[in-house]
Design a protein. Sequence first.
Length: 88
Amino acid sequence: MKRYIIILVVIGALVAGTSLNSCKTAAVISSKSGAQIWGETCIRCHNPADPATFSDLEWDVVAMHMQVRANLTPEETKKVIEFLQSAN
């Protein structure tokens, strides 16, 4: 019986630690600017395009496509779009 209690406490601690760590990661991501996200994310697969390469409408389409490909959150995608359109 004591063994099961110890196992449950360990599992509970692991779950709590994972939950707290994921919140920390979300906070770090949400604190990044669109320029930071754009630079860090796009360069993983290709050279990032100059913001003047596409119009605002074209950046909307590109960003929606890349949201899926780069696994960006809607918040990250919005920040990137705002950065690219403001630099245009």
